[in-house]
Design a protein around this ligand. Structure first.
Ligand SMILES: [Zn+2]
Length: 250
């Protein structure tokens, strides 16, 4: 049985000298794992189209429950990611998140779209990394059925306040009057940015601005929210955070 699909390689493992196993985030078949034979031979015809972060047209062949890549033509390889260690670290984190969350939801092309959009933004270095990270984390949560309830104060229905309080665990938003001061304090700019990422069309999700400090706050909030929902940690995230803190010299 053959399968023709578009997708991006989100994981690669070397098996034997020239062979590897890849995970492909596809447009309409969720995450598919496939063998690539002869991938690492110098000049091998599948070498660049099946490498990590290659976005390609794939022809896969299924035999005994295993897919193999028959043919793949690269459309985009996001080469510029390799010029910046923080960008590549963030891309690896996004790939691990996609594998975690998109695997069980076959056929939703929004997962692939989010990945491609985010890698384009990272390559062009158009937005601060904490912003790209926050947008990716929050939008991924929305796609996966974990959209936070940030429409209004959950007690009195107030839409906006200069400061509101967000309780991560039960995703409740409270205004200043209704809150006892517990939960994460969020100012109006941050609240509007969070809403923007949750409710806007996919092509507009990066179109907002905050101060650098605002992006850091947003990224910390979306990260904690994601980790709570994922109920696990991610090595790629630990690595990215260690890099940005300067724990790892480059
Ligand atoms: Zn209230």
């Amino acid at each position: 049985m053959s399968l023709n699909t578009q997708g991006i390689v989100i994981r690669e493992q070397t098996l034997r000298e020239n062979d590897r196993m890849i995970s492909i985030l596809t447009k309409d078949h969720g995450v598919v794992r496939a063998y690539v034979f002869g991938a690492k031979k110098p000049g091998g015809r599948l070498s660049s189209s099946t490498q990590l972060f290659a976005f390609s047209d794939f022809s896969l062949n299924k035999k005994n429950d295993f897919y193999t890549v028959d043919h793949a033509v690269a459309k985009e390889v996001f080469f510029e990611l390799r010029n910046n260690i923080e960008a590549i670290a963030l891309a690896q984190y996004f790939a691990q998140l996609e594998e975690e969350f998109a695997s069980s939801s076959e056929g939703n092309s929004e997962y692939l779209r989010l990945m491609l959009n985010s890698l384009h933004i990272l390559c062009k270095n158009k937005r601060p990394f904490p912003q790209v990270k926050a947008v990716f984390e929050l939008r991924l949560m929305c796609l996966s059925g974990y959209m936070p309830d940030i429409m209004m104060c959950s007690s009195c229905g107030k839409y906006e306040d200069e400061t509101m309080f967000f309780n991560l665990a039960d995703t409740t938003l409270l205004c200043k009057t209704c809150s006892d001061g517990s939960g994460r304090q969020i100012d109006l700019g941050l609240l509007r940015s969070l809403r923007h990422v949750c409710y806007s069309d996919h092509e507009k999700i990066f179109n907002f601005s905050l101060s650098d400090e605002g992006y850091e706050k947003m990224s910390s909030l979306t990260q904690d929210y994601l980790l709570l929902k994922a109920k696990r940690t991610f090595k790629t995230l630990d690595f990215y955070n260690a890099l940005t803190r300067g724990d790892i010299s480059t």
